[in-house]
Design a protein around this ligand. Structure first.
Ligand code: ATR
Length: 290
């Protein structure tokens, strides 16, 4: 028994998240409960890393024997040039949120988009053949559109304040047969009736601007799927109004949970205990708000 414990200790999985700031990250709560539930010895720690120290921190993590780590704002792009290898997800998204260290080699992945799409599928069902409208063309939209294309959606309309950014995004992605188009907010009314899934990736409606919404309630087609990446508040005005129009609504917390679930699966090779991770984050968020 003692020998076994000692062996486990030396094999403990060291994991963490590098960001600036990092104090409010929910990732440690989520991953530590998952490790504990699986009986995997290890620990996931918050790592406050200033931009000037990112390169040293990455080398340090490898030297210290970390099995991997997450990276968050403001390091998701900068870290790309510090790694040995990039997964297709990271290349397509132009950003890394998960690093796996194996036999001294560091490989970067992006689990944000695929995490979001997994949560969307869990809550809204099959995505293949669906017509999707995405609001926004920034980093979050890029990851999500990449993952939606992998699910073989029929088409995606990208609506962005700066239309050029949406055009550029389509040019850069491998759209693999899906019908892609861009439109303006003024044209939204025209596209919404053909939409099966409507996704807001912008910050419109995020705390503290909780009275804002990107689309008038009466424009939302009844019974479609409406999703918002925002998770503060948990139910945005967009989702609240969509619900009153009989829509299925999907909030942003699932994206956070599932990006973590994928990272956990890459690091441990085991299925993530998703519902446990979800309830741990909910509890921590409730605790923070009181
Ligand atoms: P993220 O990584 O969260 O996507 P980002 O890359 O800064 O952040 O992108 C923010 C997106 O939200 C952009 O598409 C932005 O539109 P522009 O490209 O025109 O800037 C969109 N956005 C943010 N605030 C907005 C607002 N008040 N109205 C409309 N679009 C907004």
């Amino acid at each position: 028994m003692t020998d076994r414990n000692q062996e486990n200790k030396s094999n403990a999985l060291l994991l963490g998240v590098m960001g600036d700031p990092i104090g409010h990250s929910m990732s440690p709560v989520m991953h530590n409960i998952a490790l504990e539930a699986a009986g995997l010895p290890g620990m996931y720690v918050p790592l406050h890393v200033k931009p000037d120290h990112l390169a040293e921190a990455v080398i340090g993590a490898k030297a210290l024997g970390f099995a991997g780590f997450n990276v968050t704002i403001p390091h998701k792009v900068e870290i790309m040039k510090l790694l040995d290898e990039l997964d297709e997800s990271a290349i397509s998204c132009g950003a890394v949120n998960t690093v796996v260290i194996r036999e001294g080699r560091m490989k970067g992945y992006n689990t944000d988009g695929i995490g979001y799409v997994r949560s969307l599928r869990e809550e809204a069902g099959e995505l293949t053949g669906k017509q999707v409208t995405v609001l926004g063309a920034g980093g979050a939209a890029r990851g999500i559109i990449y993952a939606l294309l992998k699910e073989k959606v029929a088409g995606i309309t990208i609506i962005n304040r700066t239309v050029d950014k949406a055009v550029q995004l389509i040019e850069e992605l491998n759209t693999s047969g899906a019908a892609m188009q861009t439109a303006t907010y003024e044209e939204l009314e025209q596209y919404l009736p053909q939409t099966d899934i409507f996704i807001n990736t912008t910050s419109i409606g995020m705390h503290p601007n909780v009275d804002e919404t990107p689309v008038a309630a009466e424009q939302i087609p009844e019974g479609i799927i409406v999703s918002d990446l925002i998770y503060n508040p948990m139910e945005t005005r967009l989702l609240r109004e969509a619900r009153t129009r009989g829509c299925r609504t999907v909030g942003g917390l699932g994206m956070f949970i599932y990006q973590g679930a994928y990272a956990y699966e890459y690091w441990t090779g085991q299925d993530a205990p998703v519902s446990l991770m979800h309830s741990a984050v909910l509890e921590a968020l409730n605790h923070e708000n009181h």
